[in-house]
Design a protein around this ligand. Structure first.
Ligand SMILES: *[C@@H]1O[C@H](CO)[C@@H](O)[C@H](O)[C@H]1NC(C)=O
Length: 504
């Protein structure tokens, strides 16, 4: 519509393209994972896997499967099983499945039995559970990486270990797409070095759920930062299940962390030798860094600062331009648009309403764009970002300090999902958080179902049917039409949180 939208449209579209494709893959995986995790019917897992693999082959899926941060829900579920309304009856069987998936760690780490493991832990083990989500191995000495066979020959090393270098421990589905790496002792009998390096080798995987924006950050990029930042560039990323489009998408981030080229390690014919190695990034929390646990005290603030350097983002804080005639004196509101599900039905009216409040309004359409830098700059230019719950909100990592995130929570008792994914991480990003919860008269579900249908009357009864039911009804089939009057209150609340106008 208005001229001020055109620019952002273009920027948004580009993001959308790439991101969507990525999302589709990620979402499919996620979805399957969630199904696998929450579905009481274990046998669907195989079917899902097959589906997913097919999807990966195609890469050109429908956006309907593009379900943003649903997997985030899964992680939220993982962290908050006790407090949140269960998305399923979480029967003994699914609990059992999770439990046995949990065995991933004990099989991934290969210390024999629990006693050995315990002993090794006490004596600074090479591989250890670095968090509930991750196993990490660290070794120094004579390290020879033979990427083609996912083997690292290490001397000295007391025993062999195995590990999957991806932060979804206990998630058998994600890990089924992650290659296992072996750490083996050698006594001069390992293959000869063809390349010597003085850096630390860092093995990580971009298998799993990567391709979904939320997972890209929470499973890989932030954990990689947690692990690698301490080396001040003297670290080489050896990426297993390497996908060039994915690595290229985030290359600027890797370049901030490392002075060395990123290696497609599974297809590497070299024997790369290093003085030390880390296998598997370390997870702290959803979209976050626990500064008390990083060796150098690195924090989420440092990660966000790194992102600004990587993508050339100008605004560290959401302060207005100093020039009083600069258009940037007006606070900018960015609407994250979705196309298929959880769409804003009255987006244009929302734009007009926001403009009437004095906002400079942009609409970002994260469905076609490939250019992370451009979308990151658009987000960074915003003071308020509003969007319906979904992976697109992961873009909050680019918001300046003091900006406001408004998460629109679809109808259906999904507050727990909103909390674990985007609400909780906002604090460490120093981003204000507001929520707009869709009511019955604002959802298209009220046109699809009779008033007394359990979908409208008793959402938790749908939650009890399992993740699939919940997702299908409340995430896939729902569009929203916020009341402009009520939404206006939320926008005004956001305005009050901004420094704009307070100085003048
Ligand atoms: C790597 O270093 C070792 C030990 O210093 C040396 O014997 C070997 O020739 C070096 N290999 C290469 C390819 O530089």
């Amino acid at each position: 519509m208005k001229s001020n939208r055109n620019l952002s449209r273009g920027e948004g579209r580009r993001l959308g393209n790439v991101a969507l494709i990525a999302f589709m893959l990620g979402s499919l995986l996620l979805l399957s994972f969630i199904r696998a995790r929450f579905s009481p019917i274990g046998k669907t897992r195989e079917a899902i896997k097959a589906e997913e693999q097919q999807a990966m082959r195609k890469e050109s899926l429908k956006m309907e499967t593009l379900d943003t941060a649903d997997e985030a829900s899964a992680s939220a579920g993982e962290e908050e099983e006790e407090t949140q309304p269960k998305p399923t009856d979480s029967s003994g069987s699914s609990g059992g499945a999770v439990g046995s998936d949990g065995g991933v760690s004990s099989t991934a780490l290969n210390p024999g039995d629990a006693a050995t493991y315990h002993h090794l832990r006490l004596s600074k083990p090479v591989c250890y559970e670095s968090s509930r989500r991750s196993d990490t191995c660290e070794a120094a000495g004579n390290v020879r990486v033979q990427g083609r066979v996912q083997t690292i020959h290490i001397s000295p090393l007391e025993q062999a270990w195995k590990v999957k270098p991806y932060c979804r421990k206990h998630d058998a589905f994600a890990l089924s797409h992650v290659k296992e790496w072996a750490l083996r002792p050698h006594h001069g009998d390992a293959p000869h070095c063809t390349i010597n390096s003085s850096a630390t080798a860092f093995v990580l995987s971009t298998g799993g759920f990567t391709g979904n924006l939320f997972h890209d950050y929470t499973d890989v990029l932030i954990p990689a930062f947690i692990t690698a930042h301490r080396y001040a560039g003297e670290v080489q990323f050896l990426v297993s299940s390497f996908k060039s489009w994915w690595t290229n998408k985030y290359l600027q981030i890797f370049q901030q962390l490392s002075k060395y080229e990123v290696v497609d390690i599974d297809n590497d014919e070299e024997v790369r030798c290093y003085p030390s190695v880390v296998v598997g990034p370390t997870f702290h929390k959803e979209l976050g860094v626990d500064a008390s646990k990083t060796p150098s005290g690195s924090s989420m603030e440092d990660f966000r600062s790194l992102l600004r350097d990587a993508f050339g983002l100008e605004r560290a804080t959401a302060t207005p331009s100093g020039d009083r005639w600069d258009i940037r004196r007006r606070p900018r509101l960015l609407i994250i648009s979705r196309r298929n599900s959880r769409r804003f039905m009255n987006e244009r009216a929302m734009v007009d309403m926001a403009m009437s409040l004095g906002f400079d309004v942009r609409v970002g359409d994260p469905d076609i764009s490939t250019d992370v830098s451009k979308f990151a700059r658009l987000v960074n230019s915003a003071d308020v970002m509003v969007g319906v719950h979904g992976a697109g909100l992961t873009n909050m990592v680019f918001l300046p300090v003091g900006a406001v995130l408004i998460q629109v929570v679809p109808y259906g008792g999904l507050e727990w999902l909103a909390r674990g994914t985007f609400k909780e991480p906002s604090a460490d990003m120093q981003v204000h958080y507001l929520e707009y919860i869709i009511q019955m008269d604002e959802t298209t579900l009220s046109e699809q179902y009779p008033k007394d249908d359990p979908v409208l009357k008793d959402p938790y009864s749908i939650h009890k049917q399992g993740w699939n039911a919940l997702k299908t009804v409340y995430l896939d089939k729902q569009n929203v039409k916020p009341h402009l009057g009520r939404l206006k209150n939320t926008f005004m609340e956001a305005l009050k949180l901004l420094p704009h106008g307070q100085s003048n």
